[in-house]
Design a protein around this ligand. Sequence first.
Ligand code: CA
Ligand code: CA
Ligand code: CA
Ligand code: CA
Length: 326
Amino acid sequence: MKKTVMKIILLETFLLASAIEKPVISVNTFSSDGKILILESSYVGTAVAALAVSYHTEVVCSIDNDNFTLSKLIAHTYLVKTHATLDREFVSSYVVGVACEDQQLRLSSSVSLNIYIADENDNSPEFQQKSYIYKVPENIPIGTYIFAAEANDQDIGKNGEIVYEIIPNHCGFIIDANTGEVMTSHYHDRESIAAVSFDVIAKDQGSPQRKSNASVTVELQDVNDNKPFFLYPFDDYQFLVSKNCGIGTLIGIVIAFDIDEGRNGQLTFSVKNPDLPFKITTSGEIRSTGDMNKDTRGLYYLTIEASDHGDYSLSSQINVKIVVTD
Ligand SMILES: [Ca+2]
Ligand SMILES: [Ca+2]
Ligand SMILES: [Ca+2]
Ligand SMILES: [Ca+2]
């Protein structure tokens, strides 16, 4: 029983001696919540914390991270300062050890500092592509989804929160400010404008605000939405032909156009009166196929049709009056 009491007394004496002799490091974090927080843009040499070291004799302190340094303020009081440019997007927090050794007693203590890097708005939103090209049929319904513009911002919080815009405003397309989805806001007629160009803008919500843009071209693919039209005289053609003309004589020419593209604008002519002695060529030439001299009518009414080559062919017709003269 006596032995145990002795042991306890010795142990208490030893612990007391150690507590007294070891340096004691007190940390001042400059903040009410005890957290060490420093802006990533802070200049090299910015103080992040102060350390007060209790001592008996001389103490020497060291720090174990090259991005920070210890600077002696007054005897046994140190400032922990930055020793490099910090980048939150590269390293967002550090655990830094500081050790202090009493030079006479060779007893040391250490503390671990958690240093957090606060974000600054030092990155602009970046689009995955600088330009986008899409092809869509003309006249697609308003609200049709075209694509989603996507930008990324390496910052966090408001500094990395992206809002999308489209410029110019009235280009016939709109963008969802939050998702970057681009949709049509008008009908687009290829025959008026074959391609529409605009910019999409990504803005972060930091201060000052940073933004970037990407260019977009939407090419309109043709749809067969125009029927052929006959040129002058717009209503009815009238041609004169001598009754002595031979078979194959050129009676007259009709001209038609179609403003669609490719096959949708290519035309074929036809005579809708197969019983009459006339034909029409691909170039719109009406020629006789019979002997006018044998015919006693003196007057013919033809219906000429122009049809395009679209999958769903569109056509127009015109009346042609042919007067047979002596
Ligand atoms: Ca940003
Ligand atoms: Ca940042
Ligand atoms: Ca068209
Ligand atoms: Ca057409």
